[in-house]
Design a binder for this molecule. Structure first.
Ligand code: PEP
Ligand code: MN
Length: 361
């Protein structure tokens, strides 16, 4: 599905940097903290937007919930002191009003707000007729439609300086990440709406500063527009997200270690070689599709046979045996266990669907 958003070209309103870096503390805690962080950040000149959370949507109560409205003036002053636009999170109409009153340059909608269409609509209504850039973080749950819906609601009231921020998704799977990146979701958003700039927030994906460089590099390799990285003058005493914040100095060093690759290459040799390799991929994909089709035809036959003999569709031992044997084969040729298991599960689900159809004919 293609999205029909009326979006202003990124080149007209976003800083002309690659990558565009948004940085600053998770939370604005005091005037000194945000001024000092800003001053350190400005030394390297590679940050284009200063961020700071004023109202903090905490999952559990009794955590630091932000300094509130008075912090907006501190944030704006910090931005002015280094000549950068400032951005903060809004979660309701009151926040929007306060930000507009304090000349905040960019607003963003947080992951806990994007999940709620009522809140998003309230924010959109408060922004009717206002020309301000709005960044929309992905919803906590891996549902692309909530993300898209928020962009549509804002666009419908006339906000056309829109960008998306990928900050990972809550997941039950045990993993090293605080929020599972599920890169396929921002990629799908890009396919639905190629004009929309997408930023990555490696801090909230990683949850730990050690993992940030790896996630940031991956975002760059996927050609994302920029990065939102939390930085704090003294992360050890940060009132929120302490583990994932870096000092401005660490930020400079991790940015300098990123490899920014070219989108395209003009070299004829490169283009020819790429064409050649892509045509091999096309042939292999065709082969894969034909193999899947032959496999499904056999599955159908087995279904008919099971029906004639009144046997259940799901045969657990057979399935366990397939998983074990295919994992072994995959390992021998260097394919990851996770990949082969995911693929087999998909194939198995489809086989069950086909056999259920046969059985109920
Ligand atoms: C944040 O940026 O500090 C924040 C609360 O992010 P998220 O909405 O992605 O959790
Ligand atoms: Mn945070």
């Amino acid at each position: 599905m293609k999205l029909n958003l009326n979006i202003e070209k990124a080149g007209n309103w976003l800083p002309k940097k690659s990558p565009i870096v948004i940085s600053g503390p998770c939370s604005v805690e005091s005037e000194e903290q945000v001024l000092q962080t800003a001053s350190e950040i400005s030394k390297s000149q590679n940050v284009s937007i200063l961020r700071g959370g004023i109202w903090k949507p905490r999952t559990r109560p009794n955590s630091f919930e932000g300094v509130g409205e008075k912090g907006l003036a501190w944030l704006k002053q910090a931005g002015n002191s280094i000549g950068l636009p400032v951005a903060t999170e809004v979660a309701n109409a009151e926040h929007v009003e306060a930000c507009l009153k304090n000349d905040i340059d960019i607003l963003w909608i947080g992951a806990r707000t994007t999940v709620n269409p009522f809140s998003v609509q309230e924010i959109a209504d408060a922004l009717k007729g206002v020309d301000i850039p709005v960044f929309v973080k992905n919803p906590i749950s891996p549902d692309i439609n909530l993300w898209v819906g928020a962009l549509e609601r804002l666009n419908a009231v006339g906000i056309n300086k829109l960008a998306a921020i990928h900050r990972g998704f809550a997941s039950f799977d045990k993993s090293s990440y605080r929020n599972a990146p599920m890169w396929e979701i921002p990629i799908e958003l890009k396919l639905m709406c190629p004009e929309i700039p997408i930023f990555c927030d490696p801090s909230h994906i990683a949850g730990d500063k050690e993992l940030i460089p790896y996630v940031a590099q991956k975002a760059m390799d996927l050609d994302m527009e920029g990065l939102m990285i939390e930085s704090h003058i003294n992360p050890l005493v940060a009132k929120s997200d302490a583990r994932q914040q870096v000092t401005p100095f660490e930020l400079t060093s991790l940015l300098s270690e990123l490899t920014i690759r070219e989108k395209h290459s003009e070299s004829e040799e490169f283009i020819n070689k790429l064409e050649q390799l892509r045509s091999v991929i096309d042939d292999l994909d065709e082969e894969l599709i034909n193999k899947f089709s032959s496999r499904m035809a056999i599955i159908q036959k087995i279904g008919e046979y099971k029906q004639e003999n009144n046997v259940t569709i799901l045969q657990l031992e057979r399935w366990a045996q397939i998983l074990k044997n295919r994992s072994f084969l995959a390992d021998k040729v260097g394919l990851s266990d996770q990949f082969i298991k995911k693929m087999l599960e998909l194939v198995h689900q489809e086989s069950i669907r086909v056999q259920t159809q046969v059985m109920n004919k």
